[in-house]
Design a protein around this ligand. Sequence first.
Ligand code: HAM
Length: 412
Amino acid sequence: MHKFQPVRGTKDLFAAEILLFDFIIKTASKAAQTYNFEKLQTPIFEFSEVFERNLGETSDIVTKEVYRFKDRSDNNLTLRPEFTAAIVRALVSNSELLQVLPKKFFSYGPVFRYDRPQKGRARQFHQINFEIFGAENAICDVEAIILANSILQSLGVDKKITLQINSLGDLETKKAYETALFNYFNQKKSSLSADSINRLEKNPLRILDSKSPQDIEMFDSAPKISDFYSSQAKKRFTEILQILTTFSLDFVVNERLVRGLDYYSSTVFEFIYAHEGAQNALLAGGRYDGLVEKFCGKKVPAFGFAAGIERLMLLCDLEIKAHKKIAVIYVSENERFVAFEISQMLRKSGLDVDFAFDESFKKQMKKASQAGVSFAVIIGEEEVKNKIAAVKNFFSGEEQKIAFEKLSEWLA
Ligand code: HAM
């Protein structure tokens, strides 16, 4: 029955899972508001070059993971594997967005990567994504990391994670470091994995992102980026670490943290959690000062991060209760229409109301008590005659008589 299964790496969400999913979005949206981020929504697919030219031609995402297809007009399109490049494209397409800087954007939604499915790794997953454009100061980097941390705290997952941070320095640093890495790995070329041999000429930094054990063995004696920092880059990174310490954020400097996407420069960071012996990133991002310029020639410094909602769900133990509703219940079908009218009256006044279309009184009451309804408004023959409903409180078990015209106010 292959046809009736969801596609590998995708999933249907319902019941407790969707409540948690929505709660995560609500938590992130609230944080976005607190830190003055505007909501920005981009299409789910873009012209393929948006991602191919900007995420890195040797990145796993571009080489192995994008869902790329041709539409009926022969356009090459790609389902977004992340938000950042799509958001920069949106800024360039809508120039009014870049007129007053700095500007902050919050987005969330599905992203697609042909990854190897396992726990916390899907092919369609969802990200919450934050980007700041037009700010270069070290406080910008720190503010974003503090915001990320506060979301993780609100979800109660902050005790399960470690903040790893690194700086890729500036252009000068990156160039010098790439040359040193090339020289180092080139000497050991015969022991490198096939992927890393391919990366050697094109982007030796990316080798440090390899998960292949034969590559990892060589990392310990590889050149260290901190030996290549320009004085500016070193000063900036030290300042960031100092401010993080001032705000009591614990971190570990990981010099091997280079991130899997090419657009980063300067600060990069990941909140990591341990899972089945491996380390996974829960939330990650960094500075990418050159990306906007690559799209439109305009120099706009930028910083951002994203977290996978499914990974947050994996770590989050909060039990989210469904919103409590009201059920309007008819004793027999003679009262059904009046009960429906009352449901509509309550809905119009903003209350959340369940109404059964065609069920016995017993079944309606059973369903209401199982569904975690807080009040049942019961309409029988007497109630219709006197225009007074019997309202049952499911928490206390008490029943009260409330006149139809007072019901909305009383229940609200
Ligand atoms: P990323 O590290 O590729 O960065 O992904 C960010 C987060 O998405 C990861 O930390 C993880 O939680 C989640 N994630 C990645 N792949 C999967 C997967 N296959 N299944 C489930 N969750 C996954 C970016 O996407 C950058 N655009 C972040 C950024 C924003 N940098 C600057 N601004």
